[in-house]
Design a protein around this ligand. Sequence first.
Ligand SMILES: [Zn+2]
Ligand SMILES: [Zn+2]
Length: 188
Amino acid sequence: MRLPELLTLPSAVALRERCLALFALWGVPDRGRRVRVEWSGRLTTSAGRADLRGLRVLLNPKLLSRVPDKIDETVVHEAAHLAAHLLHGDAIQPHGAEWSRLMRAAGLPPDVTHEYPVDGLRRRAWFYLHVCGGCGSRLLLRRVRRVRCGRCKPRTPVLLYRAPQTDEGLRALRAREPAGAAGVHRLR
Ligand SMILES: [Zn+2]
Ligand SMILES: [Zn+2]
């Protein structure tokens, strides 16, 4: 599936109005008026996210531009998270009875997972092999961490190797010699 050349998404201002109308329907207290809606390029495969502390609804423009008819449902889903939080506090389950009741009151089924097309949206996942440049101690992680070897001098560089999170990538990393390989970066 190709992305459309031009993304015509509803404005965050219009979607915020939708949230305010929902909040009125749900009897959300006045502080709900601080709600904001943002299109966020940082979301990958989730259609939206509710930022409870910041009172924000975040929406995924890459995903929702593929299924514009799902934008409203996503706004209602995330707005209901904010509303449930404002009405009932921290002690509720994210998709529990309180949230479900708000969804039904808005005329939608309280569905939790979406089946929107996400191919090509997932960020590439990597393994990172950390190797001490002094003694060759190894550490394999799913993210980059600044590691310092316990055995060697504090300034001994840790070498970093990266491969895709696949069986093949794992084999390639396991076969890697600690020094002299191409594509090595140094951690300070
Ligand atoms: Zn949810
Ligand atoms: Zn070492």
